[in-house]
Structure formats: structure tokens, C-alpha cells
Design a protein around this ligand. Structure first.
Ligand code: NAP
Length: 281
């Protein structure tokens, strides 16, 4: 009988997913199930996938396999296809079915703080896997404009192409080098999807025209370790609403569990387990 859930990635030292999922499984009385780390280097991947198909109900996929896992997956959801990345796989009749809950998880984290995106102009910094999931979800939620600022033009443009293929949002690419000279006043929501400021280099701060920020704007960072990045601290110091990455982590995980188990998991238990794990950091 398949009794495992887990997270596939390499390295996985940092992951909080087992803590959060195991707390939920326990609270749901699903003692027969266990959520484990599947820490595999690329050359071990084929063997790991055989084991996953045999023993697992479902897995999360994280760095560096969100895009690389595609060839092993037999069915890909709309969300994963447009994001070009998979973070959740369900195993059914020996087949791997991939989807992406990052975007939905992010939207739920905004909703938690009463932040509207419908009709709003949004700036996304970074154009990687997480940015794609978030940007396409924001577009689906009715954003008016999504501008993308990153270093590598081809990556930024490829996200622009995805956005224009998915919907009618206005969008433009901003060169990272021009960010300090960019007029940021039009943006309701500004999101950092780069890893700048992430543990253990928490003192690093994204170069950004912080002096131009206004109180009605919202700053969001996908990083959850530390919860208050230098980027968010700048916003907080100026009285802006800020959203860290913890609720996105929570809700993308809750969405995955709901897919695997067919029922909504206990959000409060999951959140408390994350807060407990981060306490003292
Ligand atoms: P990724 O695919 O590697 O993309 C990273 C992006 O950041 C790229 O666009 C890259 O720019 C940019 N970047 C990297 N270093 C930079 C630097 N020093 N200066 C400026 N830009 C830089 O990574 P990802 O999977 O999207 O993850 C990004 C972040 O989101 C990570 O911190 C991750 O932990 C976080 N995340 C959080 C959650 C959550 O649940 N809270 C979920 C997923 C991801 P170029 O395109 O120019 O190379």
C-alpha cells in the first residue's frame, strides 16, 4: 500500500514542508501517512521516481526540479503548463500527474491580508519559476498590468510571452539596471521573487528606489526565512502594508494536501507548526 508523501529536491536542508505536512496529517488522524524528504541528486532521479511511483501518493517538487521534472510527468495541469513548472505531483495508476499550487497559494496569502489585485498595476522583481506561477495567477485574478524587472532579458521576455499568451494584461519588461530610475508610483503591489535577502544572507537588500515608496502601496516578498527581509523592512519603516512568504508556503502546501487527500487540511495547525519551527530564528 502506498503510504508516503514527500518533497523532492536537492539540497533539502532548509525545507519546512515535512514539519507543516506531518502536523496536518497528525491533526487529521491520518497516522498511516508520513511526509518525508526525498533529497536526490540528478543522477539518482530515475531510481527515485521508480520508488515514488511505487510507495508514494503524491510529492511536492522544489528547487532544482520544478522545471526539470516535466519529462517524467504523464499529465500536466493548465496551471503548471503555463507556469512551465510543477510543484505538486499525484501518483495515480502508476502515472505522474503534475500541477502547480504556488500561484494559488500566493493569491490566498494576499487574500488573508485583504489585498486586492483585481484592476491593479503590479511590479514583479525576478522572472524565475516562482515569478511565473505568481504572475500567471495574478493575471487570472484580474490584474490590470504586470511589469517584470529582472537581469536576464531573455528570461524576462519569456515571462512576458507567457503573460501575453495567457491573457490580456498590459505588461512590460524593465531592465534590473534601470530599476533605481523607474517610476514606481503606479504600482499598487510590488513583489520580490528573487532570493536576495534570503537566509543565510539576510543582510542583503534588493537595490530599489525605497525613498519613492508611498503609504498606500503594498510590498510583498516570497522569502520566509527571514520573515522580515531588508526589502520588507524598508516598507514597514515607511508605514506600508507588507506580506512575507510564510503564508504562501502554508497555502501552496495546503492546496497540495487537499489535492492528495481530497479534503481541506487544518490551516491553523499547519501555520502554528511553521511558526514553531521558525521561532528563535
Ligand atoms: P529561480 O527560478 O532561480 O529565479 C530567481 C530569479 O531571481 C531570477 O529571475 C533571477 O534573475 C533573480 N535573481 C537571482 N539572484 C539575483 C540577484 N542577486 N539580483 C537580482 N536578481 C536575482 O528561483 P525561484 O524558484 O523563482 O525562487 C525565487 C525565490 O522565491 C526564492 O527565494 C524562493 O525561496 C522563493 N519561493 C518561495 C515560495 C513560498 O512558498 N514562499 C515558493 C517558491 C519560491 P535572472 O532572471 O536575471 O537570472
Amino acid at each position: 500500500m502506498r503510504t508516503k508523501l514527500g518533497v523532492l529536491g536537492y539540497p533539502l536542508g532548509h525545507t519546512l514542508s515535512p514539519v507543516m505536512h506531518n502536523a496536518a496529517l497528525k491533526a487529521m488522524g491520518r497516522d498511516e501517512l508520513e511526509y518525508v524528504k526525498i533529497e536526490k541528486d540528478y543522477h539518482e532521479l530515475q531510481a527515485a521516481i521508480e520508488e515514488i511511483k511505487r510507495d508514494f501518493i503524491g510529492i511536492n517538487v522544489t528547487i532544482p526540479y520544478k522545471e526539470k521534472i516535466m519529462p517524467w510527468v504523464q499529465e500536466v495541469s493548465y496551471e503548471a503548463r503555463i507556469a512551465g513548472a510543477i510543484n505538486t505531483i499525484t501518483i495515480k495508476d502508476g502515472r505522474m500527474i503534475g500541477t502547480n499550487t504556488d500561484g494559488l497559494g500566493y493569491l490566498r496569502s494576499l487574500r488573508e491580508k485583504d489585498i486586492q489585485v483585481d484592476g491593479k498595476d503590479i511590479l514583479i522583481m525576478g522572472a524565475g519559476g516562482a515569478a511565473r506561477g505568481v504572475a500567471t495567477a495574478l493575471l487570472g485574478a484580474g490584474a490590470n498590468r504586470i511589469d517584470v524587472c529582472n537581469r536576464k532579458k531573455n528570461r524576462g521576455k519569456s515571462l512576458m510571452d507567457i503573460l501575453s499568451a495567457v491573457g490580456n494584461a498590459k505588461s512590460s519588461w524593465i531592465d534590473f539596471k534601470a530599476l533605481m530610475r523607474t517610476d514606481i508610483s503606479r504600482y499598487h503591489l510590488i513583489i520580490n521573487t528573487t532570493p536576495v535577502g534570503m537566509h543565510p544572507r539576510g543582510s542583503e537588500k534588493l537595490p530599489f528606489p525605497y525613498e519613492e515608496l508611498e503609504k498606500h502601496q503594498v510590498l510583498s516578498d516570497l522569502i520566509y526565512r527571514p520573515r522580515l527581509t531588508g526589502f520588507l523592512q524598508e516598507g514597514k519603516d515607511r508605514g506600508l502594508k507588507v506580506v512575507d512568504g510564510l503564508d504562501m508556503l502554508l497555502y501552496q502546501g495546503a492546496e497540495s494536501l487537499a489535492i492528495w487527500l481530497g479534503t481541506e487540511p487544518p490551516i491553523d495547525v499547519m501555520r502554528e507548526s511553521l511558526l514553531e519551527a521558525l521561532r528563535g530564528e
